[in-house]
Design a protein around this ligand. Sequence first.
Ligand code: SF4
Length: 422
Amino acid sequence: MGPSAAEPRTFWLETLGCSKNQVDSDKLAGTLTADGMAPASGPGAADLVVVNTCAFVEDARQESIDTVLDLADARRDGARLVVTGCLAERYGDELADALPEVDAVAGFGVPVSLGRRRQHAGASPASFDLLELPRPASPVPWAYVKVAEGCDRGCGFCAIPSFRGPQRSRSIESILAEIDDLDVAEVVLVAQDLAAFGRDQGRGERAIVPLVRAATARVPRVRLLYLYPSDLTDGLVDAVCATGVPYFDLSLQHVSRPLLRRMRRWGSGDRFLDRIGAIRAREPSAAFRSNFIVGYPGETEDDHDRLLGFVAEADLDWCGFFAYSREEGTYAAGLDGTVPGGLVEERLAELRELQDGITARKRDELVGRRVEVLVDTPGFGRSHREAPEIDGVIVVPAALEPGSFHDVTVTAALGTDLEATP
Ligand code: SF4
């Protein structure tokens, strides 16, 4: 049943946060379109404006609030404004009270079409499972595929399990059906804790391996993001290397053993180096990305020096460094040993400078090399070393067809990007 004369006809969907949120937005857009609505040309032209928010850390929450307020101003008279996503799920009624401009705050599984009628928090609408909703076709030759929701770990700094809930894995069949529907050249498998896929369904410790193998049989490239280091088994490494995308996104967060214990996480710098070395021995062209938290309560100068040493030795392609954000309700929120803000900034700057040099050198070393690129859009492509949206790109002749693969020779490095010709 399409929208009646009084009901909104067009929508604008603003997405903040991570790749998993991007998938949720794709599915929300799919439901609104299936409901007879059409995407508007801009927020000011829409009858329904939806903001899919992020609440992971303070900066992300502030960005979400600012975006909601900006869109409240930008929307046209009579248009509805709905806030959904992590901020809505985490702060529900509190958020609705704090933002009178908003017509509805819709947590996970609450239809954003709520916004069609003026509605206040607490009403119990029909719910749906975002995880299993159908996806519209991808506008580019790659797509994120979310294989599970939530997380069963308890990392000291992380509030995600408190609002995304315990891990819920999809069936392999529904994931493969989505991959077929998307009809892309590259799928990027994502979840909060990807390598733990299937564990909540008692499908044994390593259900991620059969999933990766089955996906690899269907699509030219399969990339994995958010791998917890203790789950990087030989079987998973083999499966990743067989995907045509030997790309390892390792969620390490730190390398100091005592600090990792304080983070309630596994591992140490030496174990990580051993694993990375073993993967490089198996696949010399393997590419690596990781993320690290700086300024976790109790972080010492020695911890910082260990991280500097690790970054220098590990020689990773890409790294992100983030300031610790104190999150209500997390284990770390109750810890002593706060690191002064100025010192955190100093340490961040030192790490970023070190890594920028490493990334630039590794890009330079590719000049003159032949690589296979997938053309994403006219003039731009990526090899196995570049994940979409977070790493550099490869500039290629605009005549190359999006969605096609080409062997190219790298002719120049432009900072994090490369230039190449067929
Ligand atoms: S693995 Fe840790 S950091 Fe990642 S979502 Fe789970 S609890 Fe948070």
